[in-house]
Design a protein around this ligand. Structure first.
Ligand SMILES: Nc1ncnc2c1ncn2[C@@H]1O[C@H](COP(=O)(O)OP(=O)(O)O)[C@@H](O)[C@H]1O
Ligand SMILES: [Mg+2]
Length: 374
């Protein structure tokens, strides 16, 4: 048990006296009793009472008895619940949330404290159950996705070879057809469809088999411009304008140009698909401190707040012919570059994706390593 008076080091390093609560409570009682005793003594001295010694002894014993009774009552009413509370807090600290204090039944402030404690532990228990439940759901979803991913990559490989064969045959058939043949248009459509299937398969394989970026310092403006040019070709027949604002002041950015090209192209294709009729897509390259920024803003249909949290999930798509892999792939690539991708969208008005990349990829590595050491 703790001694009634002890020294303890405070945060500032100065020792301070810690006085036990029993001493604090009994001291005023003892002080009042002592005063009473002194008054009584003075009165008896002034009256020159011959039996004052016995009276004094009896009064002194009475005072000691009162002090002892007060201490016992306090120990029963306050110390016991405090010890129980300390014990239960220690058990909660060790992770046992099936505890409750018995003194919660009391109808006073200590009882209030007990009820609040029991309520808090119950809430903690409910939160932990909820977290466990969510964790189990996430785990089973992750397992499900992993199996699906394996299945998909297996299938992609199986489909790729016969598809290459079909593409070859179509090429030969197309070459042999007379220039006036109406079948030439069909051959062109089939070739486009085959290219589309190939693109989906490439996305799928890249999403399932990620490879680390081959980072080199080069002009990010050029990478973005190539993606914009490719997207412009896709919208030649549509009333969609793709504007590009480059940043000549931007120093060379350490990035894998093929991968970042694919990220920007994925965002642009999504924007194109989100625009019904006429619209504008604006791509801006900017610099902010030691970061490079790429924003892709469109005047498309926007994303509803219910859909927004899910768009980066693999296989999440709202399109009939979508794979749901474009954004998950984009995010993975950007995060492999130690960057981030954010989205803001308003239904019916448009969407903005913002990519933030470190200009010096290796410097971020070094900072990470320093943070890990310290
Ligand atoms: N610019 C955009 N405007 C509106 N919705 C978008 C945009 N970009 C992405 N989305 C939404 O996010 C979903 C996931 O996109 P993505 O991963 O590229 O897969 P996919 O394009 O195959 O559907 C899309 O189906 C769409 O609902
Ligand atoms: Mg897409």
């Amino acid at each position: 048990m703790q001694s009634p008076v002890s020294f303890r080091r405070e945060d500032a390093g100065m020792p301070s006296v810690r006085v036990n609560w029993q001493v604090k409570t009994v001291l005023p009682v003892a002080f009042v009793l002592l005063n009473g005793l002194l008054l009584f003594l003075m009165a008896t001295v002034s009256l020159r009472d011959p039996e004052r010694h016995q009276v004094l002894i009896v009064a002194g014993c009475g005072a000691v008895a009162i002090c002892a009774a007060v201490m016992i009552a306090l120990a029963y009413l306050i110390q016991r619940p405090m010890v129980e509370l300390q014990d239960k807090i220690a058990r909660v600290g060790e992770g046992d949330l099936d505890v409750s204090v018995k003194f919660a039944k009391r109808n006073d402030e200590i009882g209030d404290l007990g009820r609040n404690f029991n309520h808090m532990v119950q809430q903690l228990r409910e939160s932990r159950e909820e977290i466990d439940r969510l964790h189990r759901t996430q785990m089973s979803r992750a397992e499900h996705l992993a199996t699906l991913g394996e299945l998909a990559t297996g299938l992609a490989h199986e489909i790729r070879n016969p598809l290459a064969g079909i593409a070859g045959v179509i090429e030969i058939v197309g070459r042999d057809l007379p220039t006036t043949s109406p079948a030439r248009a069909v051959i062109k459509d089939v070739r486009l469809e085959v290219a589309q299937i190939n693109r989906i398969l490439t996305d799928l394989l890249q999403a399932a088999r990620p490879h680390p970026p081959d980072v080199r310092a080069s002009d990010l403006n050029t990478t973005v411009e190539h993606a914009v040019m490719l997207a412009r070709q896709q919208v030649l027949s549509k009333p969609i304008k793709i504007e590009l604002e480059k940043n000549p002041q931007l120093p060379n950015v350490e990035h894998d140009s093929d991968q970042m090209h694919q990220v920007v192209l994925n965002l642009l294709l999504n924007s194109v698909q989100a625009i019904e009729g006429a619209g504008t897509i604006r791509v801006v390259v900017a610099a902010k401190k030691d970061k490079a920024l790429i924003s892709v803003t469109d005047s498309g249909r926007g994303i509803s707040p219910e859909h927004l949290p899910f768009i980066f999930r693999p296989f999440y798509t709202t399109k009939g012919n979508g794979t749901g892999l474009g954004l998950s792939l984009a995010r993975r690539i950007v995060e492999d570059h130690r960057g981030r991708i954010d989205v803001e969208s308003e239904l019916g008005r448009g969407t903005e994706f913002l990519i933030t990349l470190p200009i010096h990829h290796s410097q971020v590595h070094a900072e990470d390593a320093e943070a890990a050491v310290s």
